[in-house]
Write a protein that binds this ligand. Structure first.
Ligand code: UD1
Ligand code: CA
Length: 452
């Protein structure tokens, strides 16, 4: 079999986006358009992936610095998609099959790409039927249904504009034929560009076989030229993600009010209320409930835990039967163990909260280890930072920390100890003792009569 090389054309300006960022770096469901394509294309296992870049080339390369799958090709002058392919062919081996993908069509599926590479025709183009074909190149077939040529919107007459079958921009053709045909493209068109789409007419002139492969799902072939199209595709994609989640047994309060920007793994009987955003890789085990307007990133929630409204989790691990929120913030390396409860306005960073422990209101726990069945009173703060270094706080099992306690780290409170409200704890507290560290109260009798 001939090796497969994929060329992604992404050098265009994306003028209609009105952005400082090149179009390849605009994001859809939390990932750049180029990342979406690379994810799918990698699964085709091509021998090489070339990406033609121009506008914002440095930005794009920087964004994919760690990605060794890509061979970057610079198109210095942007003279059209045909010209972009001319640059690419300087790097494609002569015996390869070539799959051409446009950089602004992010959701083409693996199956569709495969169908195209396996079509067997000399040139195959991926098309789709759209209710509103405005702006796209139209596929012109003859009476026998053969694809004859592609005419761009700007070059089309009224009859051609009435065609609903459009060019998605994905093509499959051998390197040999590309090397023959590309030098024959001209710029005699409205755009004054070398149009890749003109290959279809060239192939027909030589009586080569041209196949139009119809994509079934318009979602996968939608091109993005404007912010409006990006937003529309985002909603369509989110709707699909919501449908997939429901098919897996998730109950969504409203499938239109959910945003998944990454990978969301779910168990059975998960309930997600409105307005939640999931980023990165998140896991919700069986029976998890997520309250409205929570933002959860790179976190794992164990069975039957409840995340109440407006919780913000980032890099957190929550075990089973926990309660988090409303208005709680779990930062990276927060680990909440079985049955623990984290209430409103509690911030936790790089800390373990042991089984059954509670921090119900207004606390900051950072760089700490908290044992089992501990009660953290309202207003408790671990003073973990001395302005230079971070220090650790250790709290044993069954400790009671009174309200408004400052734990000046490094400090340890041993099992079963209690701390009086308002204490500033600067030295270790022994097991089962009571620590009180605050100024004594003095009442001055008759003070008002003398001073007011
Ligand atoms: C293109 C197709 C059109 C199709 C539509 C599908 C051509 C001539 N037209 O039109 O038939 O219906 O896509 O979405 O192919 N690019 C370069 N270098 C250039 C010009 C463009 O790399 O010199 C890249 C762009 O970055 C972009 C892609 O090619 O990712 C397509 O270019 P664009 O200008 O968006 O073409 P459309 O007008 O959308
Ligand atoms: Ca486009």
């Amino acid at each position: 079999m001939k090796p497969l090389e994929v060329c992604i054309l992404a050098a265009g300006l994306g003028t209609r986006m009105k952005s400082q960022r090149p179009k390849a770096l605009q994001t859809l469901a939390g990932r750049t358009l180029l990342a979406h394509q690379l994810a799918t294309i990698s699964r085709l296992e091509p021998s090489r992936i070339h990406v033609v870049i121009g506008q914002g080339a440095d930005q794009i390369r920087d964004a994919f610095l760690d990605d060794n799958r890509v061979h970057w090709i610079l198109q210095e002058e942007r003279l059209g998609t045909g010209h972009a392919m001319m640059q690419a062919m300087l790097h494609v081996s002569d015996n390869a099959d070539v799959l051409i993908v446009l950089g602004d069509v992010p959701l083409i599926s693996l199956d569709t790409m495969r169908r195209l590479t396996e079509s067997g025709a000399d040139l195959s183009v991926l098309s789709v039927l759209l209710d509103d074909p405005t702006g796209y190149g139209r596929i012109v077939r003859d009476d026998a249904g053969q694809v004859r040529r592609i005419v761009e919107q700007r070059d089309a007459d009224d009859i051609e504009r009435a065609i609903h079958e459009i060019n998605t921009g994905v093509m499959s053709v051998s390197a040999g034929l590309l090397n023959e045909w590309l030098p024959r493209l001209d710029r005699n068109n409205e755009q004054n560009e070398y149009l890749l789409t003109d290959l279809v007419a060239l192939a027909n002139d030589e009586h080569r076989t041209v196949e139009g492969v119809l994509a079934e799902n318009p979602l996968e072939v939608t091109g993005i030229n404007s912010r409006q199209q990006l937003a529309t595709l985002e909603r369509d994609l989110q709707k699909k993600i919501a449908d997939d989640l429901m098919a897996q047994g998730v109950q969504l309060a409203d499938p239109m009010r959910l945003d998944v920007r990454g990978e969301l793994l779910v168990g059975r009987d998960v309930f997600i209320d409105v307005g939640c955003v999931f980023e990165g890789r998140c896991e919700l085990a069986d029976g998890v409930t997520v309250g409205p307007y929570s933002v959860i990133r790179d976190s794992t929630i164990g069975p039957d835990s409840v995340i109440k409204s407006h919780a913000v989790l980032d890099g957190a691990t929550v075990a089973s039967e926990c309660s988090v929120g409303p208005f709680a913030r779990l930062r990276p390396e927060a680990r909440i163990e079985e049955g623990a409860a984290i209430g409103n306005f509690v911030e936790i960073k790089k800390s373990v909260v042991g089984r059954g422990s509670k921090a119900s209101h207004l606390a900051y726990l950072g760089d700490s280890t908290i044992g089992e069945d501990v009660n953290i009173g309202a207003g408790t703060i671990t003073c973990n930072y001395d302005g230079v270094n971070k220090h650790q706080t250790n709290i044993g099992d069954g400790v009671f920390v009174g309200s408004n306690t400052s734990l000046v780290a490094p400090v340890s409170v041993a099992d079963g100890a209690s701390i009086g409200a308002g204490s500033v704890i600067t030295t270790d507290v022994p097991s089962r003792s009571l620590a009180i560290g605050r100024g004594r109260q003095r009442n001055i009798e008759g003070w008002a009569a003398r001073n007011k």
